[in-house]
Design a protein around this ligand. Structure first.
Ligand code: CA
Length: 420
């Protein structure tokens, strides 16, 4: 019930026998899960410092015994099967890994399963059967309303009653580093619609969460149980073609302006690792209906930033935090299943653009440049209203706090290629 609370695996005093640089995003208190290719074999692992621990090898070598795992649970091309097992198993594996990596007596047996991060190719951690994108930041939704519908109330009348979302395209969820081809689409002009490469290519800074075991068809996940289904978080760049989106989105919502690419970071950071960074959500007014009333309205203080790399120069253009969400992750999952819709292990859900209250904390160019009216100055006379070919977008996330060890989400990166 509720999000996991800290246990011995979060102790800041823990040290691994694996060398971990000060300030690494992946100390032994983190242990994020991912999928990698090494010498043509694809397996699951966890990150520690500059290493990947091969979980398939650990299980083969009998080091995960006593945990109710299927045979070759990690000798797979996704974590979907592991996600189906649920929190007691997720937690047991994490606690075992913590022991194996901190107690030096295990070093001789565990060390053969360590691979250098630079020796492996990181792949998508899950095969999302379904992908949903929400719209859960009050600041983002308010800004978009002011930009798109300046004569009206910026928030639609349903916004404070339910976490608005739409179904995205899971097939075009790609791992960090995958280039993004500028999409073509229909755009409205004074002379009528034309087919053109988008002229308003944007990023959206979001956090995703993946779920398992999920529900049975026709059975909603109650909000008070929803946290139990959330495995962990990753970074999401929901690339957006604003001109295509503007022409197509009424009345059924985003479609081709979004479905050409969604980039995610390769490491899933568990809610267990994030437990020291729980913070309350801002009060919700009006109170949600009972089926969305989260008894623990919490989020995580995940610091987020976006950098643009233009002409070889990197510049941070936004800094914000996941604490600025209005809706909790549990409320999003409860809402999405409140009609009995099925979720399956490995499904991906994204929060929607995470914007904060200040202009420097807005999570997309649409807001940062106010629909291109105020281009961003990037130094050397360079400026951007929207993304140009060759630009690289880098999003980073991490948690830090007094007395706590820094827990990193790593980064999600993508470069824009010209339209074909
Ligand atoms: Ca979005």
């Amino acid at each position: 019930m509720g999000p996991p609370r800290p246990d011995f695996t979060n102790d800041p005093a823990l040290r691994s026998w694996v060398p971990v640089d000060e300030g690494s995003p992946f100390p032994v208190q983190n242990l994020p899960f991912g999928v990698f290719r090494h010498r043509r074999r694809v397996r699951a692992g966890v990150a520690i410092g500059d290493y990947v621990l091969d979980l398939a090898r650990l299980q083969e070598d009998g080091l995960l015994g006593g945990i109710p795992l299927p045979r070759r649970a990690f000798d797979r091309d996704s974590l979907n099967g592991f996600l189906a097992l649920g929190r007691p198993v997720w937690r047991a594996v994490r606690q075992r890994l913590c022991e194996l990596l901190t107690e030096s007596r295990w070093r001789p047996r565990v060390e053969p399963a360590l691979l250098g991060m630079s020796e492996v190719e990181l792949l998508l951690p899950v095969r999302p059967g379904d992908y949903v994108d929400f719209y859960a930041s009050l600041y983002h939704a308010s800004n978009m309303g002011r930009i798109l519908r300046p004569q009206q109330d910026p928030l639609p009348p349903n916004w404070r009653w339910l976490p608005i979302g739409y179904h995205g395209r899971s097939a075009t969820v790609v791992v960090s580093g995958t280039p993004v081809v500028r999409p073509r689409g229909q755009v409205s002009t004074p002379d009528g619609p034309v087919l053109t490469p988008t002229l308003m290519l944007d990023f959206e800074l979001e956090v995703g969460f993946v779920t398992g075991p999920g529900n049975a068809l026709g059975r909603p996940i109650p909000v008070e149980e929803a946290w139990d289904h959330i495995f962990g978080l990753l970074l999401v760049n929901d690339w957006s073609a604003r001109d295509i989106q503007a022409w197509e989105y009424v009345p059924l919502g985003p479609f081709l302006g979004k479905s050409f690419a969604t980039s995610v970071s390769p490491w899933l950071v568990t809610l267990e690792a994030l437990a020291p960074f729980l913070v309350p959500l801002a009060p919700q007014e009006p109170a949600p209906l009972p089926h969305l009333a989260d008894p623990e309205p919490l989020t995580y203080d995940v610091r987020l930033e976006v950098a643009l790399v233009v002409g070889g120069r990197e510049q941070v253009v936004s800094r914000t935090s996941l604490r600025h969400l209005y809706w909790s992750l549990a409320q999003m999952l409860a809402h999405a299943t409140s009609n009995g819709a099925l979720t399956r292990p490995g499904d991906l859900w994204a929060t929607g653009t995470v914007s904060g209250p200040e202009p420097g904390s807005y999570g997309c160019l649409m807001e940062l440049t106010w629909r291109g009216q105020r281009p961003l100055a990037l130094g050397d006379g360079l400026q951007r209203s929207f993304l140009e070919d060759g630009d690289t977008v880098v999003m980073r996330g991490w948690c830090e706090g007094q007395g706590a060890v820094c827990i990193g989400l790593g980064e999600v990166r993508g470069t824009v290629l010209p339209a074909v």
